[in-house]
Write a new protein. Sequence first.
Length: 150
Amino acid sequence: MGTTRFQPSWWNEQQHGAAWKRVKEAMRRDWEQTKNDFTPGAPDLNQDVDDTIRQAAGKDPIPAPGEMTPASKREAKRAAKRAAAPPWEEVESPVSYGYAARSYYASSYPHWDDRLENELRDEWTKAHPRGRPWEEVKVHVRRGFDAPHA
């Protein structure tokens, strides 16, 4: 699933395909790194609702201020988050579509907005009537659209 790359009718292999080939590996590496990044600037206490409920109920000890939830729980959570993230092969098609869409629609839609999203949703849905729904791929299309472009 997800290994066939979507190429809309306006796709030009020389322009869009060549651009995608230049950035594909960087985007794949970015995707893999993102799956492992859980500390966007602030200290990661590894605290979630389940931890709070267990601590409040006295089932788990409350770590000292600034201290992380014990490593064994943290590692289990990270492993679960990594397992939940789809592999690159499943996101490449929507990411490449978003990447190419930015250059194709740049004059009409220099930034992501509701009008662009509606255009891309319609295009994706027409091309994939029985495939992956837009809501499933939108975040990946947006990731490609927002990626740095040369």
